[in-house]
Design a protein around this ligand. Sequence first.
Ligand SMILES: Nc1ncnc2c1ncn2[C@@H]1O[C@H](COP(=O)(O)OP(=O)(O)OP(=O)(O)O)[C@@H](O)[C@H]1O
Ligand SMILES: O=P(O)(O)OC[C@H]1O[C@H](OP(=O)(O)OP(=O)(O)O)[C@H](O)[C@@H]1O
Length: 231
Amino acid sequence: MSIKLGVPSKGRLMEKTFDWFGERGITLGRAGSDREYAGRVEGIEGVELVLLSAGEIPRELAAGRIHLGVTGTDLVQEKLANWDQQVESLAEMGFGHADLIIAVPACWADVDGLDDLDAAAALFRARHGFRLRIATKYHRLVRDFLRDNGVADYQLVDSQGATEGTVANETAEAIADITSTGDTLRANHLKILSDGLILRSQATLFRSRKAQLSDDDRRVLGALVERLKID
Ligand SMILES: Nc1ncnc2c1ncn2[C@@H]1O[C@H](COP(=O)(O)OP(=O)(O)OP(=O)(O)O)[C@@H](O)[C@H]1O
Ligand SMILES: O=P(O)(O)OC[C@H]1O[C@H](OP(=O)(O)OP(=O)(O)O)[C@H](O)[C@@H]1O
């Protein structure tokens, strides 16, 4: 047996994760070409690298198929009910920062915060006969946040990408999505609600609370955590 470490298989998160481990003396890399999803680990024995979609890492951790995994806090909290019972956050890694926010058309002069959104939603329903639509892929986080903030008269519509475009395309009136520079929101004439921050996310190293560990695995995990200087 060995400790399985799940890392995003492409893009910004993968490269920065490789750098983060590299700075701590553990070299991660692809086994072969850029297209190959097998990984290699140098600098520690008994650790196996598994390259996965960032969006699948939460589920793999919760199922216990990987012992450790790197992904965004947004994806863990969205995809796992009672996420902290299934995984433990070991280290915030200082990259992949993104804020999950609610945004509305910049031209909605009367809507600044959630109370205004609630009022606009009631008006919208009375006028159009259906609920104001909020496009998102973060259904759990958005539903919980709006419930906790007393906004009820809306419906979520699923958007798995290019979410900011749904307002111009008239498939939604508002959106909930992640932003980092704010460029995509500005380009699509959207503004963030003044109290519309749902979650601050960053890349995080998680440990599965569900994965089985042999005595050897426990030793390797202890050594790895020590090497990564995690308290
Ligand atoms: N513009 C951004 N700036 C910083 N972090 C971002 C940005 N966009 C996404 N992220 C973060 O990266 C993670 C998502 O990465 P990625 O887009 O590779 O995942 P995914 O779309 O679920 O993966 P896949 O397409 O392989 O299923 C999330 O945790 C998110 O918060
Ligand atoms: O604030 P910004 O720096 O402009 O970044 C925000 C954008 O980045 C993400 O999209 P991504 O590139 O992952 O594509 P997606 O639309 O497929 O989610 C996110 O969904 C926003 O659209």
